[in-house]
Design a protein around this ligand. Structure first.
Ligand code: PLP
Length: 378
């Protein structure tokens, strides 16, 4: 089968800046400061500032950024942490690894983001924090989050793994809560040449503890004041990411343009049951993913639509096909089918269309035309 539109194509962003990337790699090679080198601190500062915060602490992955970030905020054993059932599993893994008790809640079916009314019902005296996941590149409303956290006297720890430089109501993703986790997994809006992640914060105590936790609990060589672990962002990855950072805004704008074009082109399909996830943040949405719902009124099932698009050479994805509470690994939490109906329904209905910088107009036309023709419309 010939793929005419892949789901992601990282070459398109790397090729134009390949010489710069190679130079950055060579510089690290020559200098040899592979662990906690200068290019890491340079990138940590640059990325923290870009995210509207003071401190950045690079770690080995987005998952570690959640685990260690929560621990750095003194969230752990005995604490309950509210998070959405509709998220990538790493959000839940992070909470569990930090030693806290995860409390899942449902999502808003229009935006796919955490439902704060449901979250309010999940508050107990043990609730220590809420993790809003800025899913698909759209932030959870900062004003509503801050109100929520004030009302219940709890912390906000953002999962911004899909939201590098996203904005809403004047806030950047990562700057709303006490701290936030980012991922630099290769296909994220800002991606490394391997795994990577970062915690950003304005809180100096959180930053100091984070630096210890990622480095064997040590603030001074061979003195370990808490267990910690080994989870540092490689100097090499930081150097690569720093070269890519200046392009991030234009890459995000390219994604936004594609998202807006899909929104317009897909309007006539609403009556055929194809409904895009709602953008409530205007130009602040950075479209890590472009997701549509195929609802019950659609003449064709999601699986058939996806199959026929694949046959037409167009790759799509599902983010995510099984909600967190129904994952076998987390059976022990005691959740069941039916607990979070909106998340369950979304997992059955959603389909992610290709979106990335470099996806061109004729490819977008090809995708949209293929959907129309599969639905036998026009
Ligand atoms: C990618 C992702 C993570 C985990 O990041 P890794 O770098 O893959 O560990 C966490 N949360 C969300 C929402 C993600 O999309």
């Amino acid at each position: 089968m010939i793929i005419t539109v892949p789901f992601v194509d990282l070459n398109l962003q790397h090729q134009p800046i390949q010489a710069k990337l190679q130079q950055a790699i060579e510089d690290v090679l020559v200098k040899g400061d592979f662990i906690l080198g200068q290019p890491l601190s340079d990138f940590e500062t640059a990325f923290a500032v870009a995210s509207g915060t003071k401190y950045g602490i690079g770690v080995a992955s987005g998952t570690d950024a959640i685990t260690l970030g929560l621990q750095a905020c003194n969230i752990g054993a005995g604490d309950e942490v509210i998070l959405p059932a509709n998220t990538f599993i790493a959000t839940l893994i992070g909470v569990v690894s930090a030693g806290a008790k995860p409390i899942l809640v449902d999502c808003n079916p229009k935006t796919a983001l955490i439902d704060l009314e449901a979250a309010a019902k999940a508050i107990t005296p043990q609730t220590k924090a809420i993790i809003p996941v800025h899913l698909y590149g759209q932030m959870v409303s900062p004003s509503q989050l801050l109100d929520f956290a004030n009302t219940y006297k709890i912390l906000i720890f953002e999962d911004a793994a899909q939201a590098h430089l996203a904005e809403r109501e004047g806030y950047r993703a990562g700057s709303v809560g006490i701290a936030a986790a980012f991922s630099f997994y290769p296909s994220k809006n800002l991606g490394a040449f391997g795994d990577g992640g970062m915690v950003v914060t304005n809180n100096p105590d959180v930053a100091t503890k984070m630096r210890r936790l990622r480095n064997y609990g040590s603030s001074q060589k061979y003195v370990h004041i808490e267990p910690g672990t080994n989870s540092r962002l490689d100097t090499l990855q930081a150097a690569i990411l720093h070269q890519k950072l200046p392009y991030l805004s234009q890459w995000n704008s390219a994604r936004l343009n594609i998202g807006q074009r899909y929104d317009i082109e897909l309007v006539p399909l609403a009556s055929a049951g194809i409904i895009p996830i709602h953008n409530q943040s205007g130009t602040g949405h950075i479209y890590h993913l472009y997701v549509v719902k195929i609802d019950d009124s659609c003449p064709i099932q999601r699986q058939q639509l996806q199959g026929q698009l694949t046959a037409a050479g167009i790759q799509t994805g599902i983010h995510y096909p099984i909600p967190c509470h129904l994952q076998p690994a987390f059976n022990y939490l005691g959740y069941q089918q039916g607990n979070f109906p909106q998340s369950e329904q979304l997992s059955q209905q959603i389909l992610s269309l290709p979106i990335y910088p470099g996806l061109n107009n004729s490819q977008i036309t090809e995708i949209v035309t293929a959907i129309y023709s599969i639905l036998k419309i026009k």
